[in-house]
Design a protein around this ligand. Sequence first.
Ligand SMILES: [Zn+2]
Length: 64
Amino acid sequence: MCYCDESEFKILSDIKSGSIPTGALIRDCCWKRICQVRGRHFNEVSDRTWRNICADRGTYKFGH
Ligand SMILES: [Zn+2]
């Protein structure tokens, strides 16, 4: 099972608590899903939280 198969509720709660697994940040299918969930709950995820997640993804995926 891939992380993008998780429920929207689970993904949203991981976004909010900053606990998305590293593997999910790296895989494109999961990242697409994470962005989709965030888009649907835009007002529930703070800019700061989201920026941190994007920064983590950059670090893991691109090494900077
Ligand atoms: Zn996936």
